[in-house]
Design a protein around this ligand. Structure first.
Ligand code: BES
Ligand code: MN
Ligand code: MN
Length: 461
């Protein structure tokens, strides 16, 4: 069969073109496509154009930069035979803000390769990972053709909640018809322990504003006699967890899907070394919800974290001030069956209720997203598993991930499509942190593995 002979040509083609594949990625990484900060709007647009050009060069057709109310979506496809299965590849070209800048060893948008790692914002999340698909398509087309049809949709607002992509998906259900969604935007256990994420958490994100006196006050003249909004905010935040580190918002756990004993046992089988985990993070203890392991706490349990907190005087030296306002950004990671909007409402009601006397509280909801679980017995999962076994020499372990990709639940709801989370990153890649990195090995291994997924998936239909 055509695709069998093509497979043997894949590795030599990739080997010959390795240098170019890497340099093309470095060029993409030079574009600061930060979606959270409007200052980068023009760079985001430039990045979308660059992605369009690369997809076209790789041999995709009808490649288009689709404008939205926010950042553009780049779409392209290659339909080789309508009777063959279709894979919808999704990824994102937007990146998280790079700050704190002073903690980077080299410029976040000035990629360098050191000890086999590509350092740059977006190297692992997600430019390095979605670009593997562009290069895999090029490779397949140059070595005998695509065994399946492919549709590719790369968006520019994943890091800010994918609101406009949701609209685009709902308006383009015909164009996006496919048999499965394939996404490389997650991590494996280790380079010698391949794994596939089978779940993502949902998200509820809010910003809170606490106001005390109507102006900043002298902390000697008024301190002690009125509520200080920063003190109040700290009390309120501290009260959001109890002594067992459970979230105290009434109803927070009501709809949570508890894992069965068998599921917990399966989770516990994935290799995990708590000592190394602590060492890697520079902490001398782990801490979290009572009755659950670190892996459970960071994947299948819902959580609440403060992401940022500010107010009052933070300049040089000391200023004795009792501030008028205090703020915090708070996120909750959700698990299957918790609804993002409902949880945001529970938070809002509770947070207003626990305000001490003398302060006013306003909760501003941000973006959210629903959790998702993906099957491990579908033809697509089995194709992904076989593909990884081909290139890693080991069958990948199914694991649950703790992060969120909000559009995954919507793909199922609107398009009726299941997703395979075909991620090649590592937890140690520092995504969203200073010195984000992605292994050259991981990048090249992804490019080698994706064509094998297409090959196995084509033969399941
Ligand atoms: N690629 C990540 C999600 C991820 C990372 C999933 C690691 C599993 C393992 C994605 O880009 C991301 O950061 N998502 C945000 C979603 C949000 C901003 C709506 C997240 O999880 O914080
Ligand atoms: Mn990502
Ligand atoms: Mn991210």
């Amino acid at each position: 069969m055509e695709t069998v002979s093509a497979l043997s040509a894949i590795d030599p083609y990739i080997k010959t073109n390795e240098e170019r594949f890497i340099h093309e990625l470095l060029d993409l990484l030079r574009i600061p496509s930060v979606s959270a900060d409007p200052k980068f709007k023009a760079d985001v647009a430039r990045c979308a154009e660059a992605v369009k050009q690369r997809m076209t060069e790789a041999g995709l057709e009808k490649v288009e930069v689709c404008q939205t109310a926010g950042n553009p979506i780049v779409y392209g496809e290659k339909i080789v035979d309508p009777s063959k299965p279709t894979v919808l590849v999704y990824g994102h070209y937007d990146v998280q803000p790079a700050d704190p800048l002073e903690l980077w060893h080299s410029g976040p948008f000035d990629p360098v390769i050191k000890d086999g790692m590509i350092y740059a914002r977006g190297s692992a999340d997600d430019k390095g990972q979605f670009y593997m698909h562009v290069k895999a398509v090029e490779t397949m087309l140059k070595t005998g053709g695509l065994p399946c049809n492919v549709k590719m949709m790369i968006e520019g607002e994943e890091e800010v909640g994918s609101t406009n992509l949701s609209i685009f998906v709902k308006e383009n259900t015909e164009r996006l018809k496919a048999d499965v969604v394939l996404i490389s935007d997650t991590a494996m256990i280790a380079n010698d322990v391949p794994s596939i994420n089978t779940g993502l958490r949902g998200l509820s994100y809010v910003e809170v504003e606490v106001t005390g006196p109507d102006r900043d006050l002298h902390s000697g003249v008024y301190g002690g006699a009125v509520s200080n909004p920063i003190n109040a905010l700290c009390e309120m935040i501290a009260g959001l967890h109890d002594a067992d580190r459970k979230v105290t918002i009434p109803g927070f756990y009501d709809t949570v899907n508890e894992l069965s004993a068998a599921e917990r046992k399966a989770l516990a089988e994935a290799p995990f070394n708590e000592k190394e985990y602590m060492k890697d993070l520079g902490v001398d203890a782990v801490r979290g919800e009572k009755g659950y392991s670190s892996e459970e706490r960071s994947s299948v349990r819902p959580t609440l974290d403060v992401n940022g907190i500010w107010g009052g005087y933070i300049g040089e030296g000391a200023k004795t001030v009792l501030p008028s306002k205090a703020f915090a950004k708070i996120s909750m990671r959700l698990v299957p069956n918790q609804k993002s909007e409902a949880i945001t409402k529970l938070f809002q009601d509770h947070f207003v209720k626990i305000a001490p006397p003398g302060v006013k509280v306003v909760v501003h909801p941000h973006h959210g997203g629903e959790a998702a679980v993906t099957p491990i017995d579908s033809p697509a999962y089995l194709a992904a598993s076989k593909a990884m076994e081909d290139t890693f020499g080991k069958k990948p372990i199914p694991t649950r991930g703790g992060g969120s990709i909000p559009i995954v639940a919507l793909f199922e709801e609107v398009l009726g499509l299941k997703t395979v989370l075909f991620g090649f990153g590592l937890d140690s890649d520092n995504i969203h942190s200073p010195n984000e990195k992605y292994g050259v090995f991981n990048y090249m291994q992804g490019i080698r593995t994706i064509p094998r997924f297409f090959h196995h998936f084509a033969s399941t239909k």
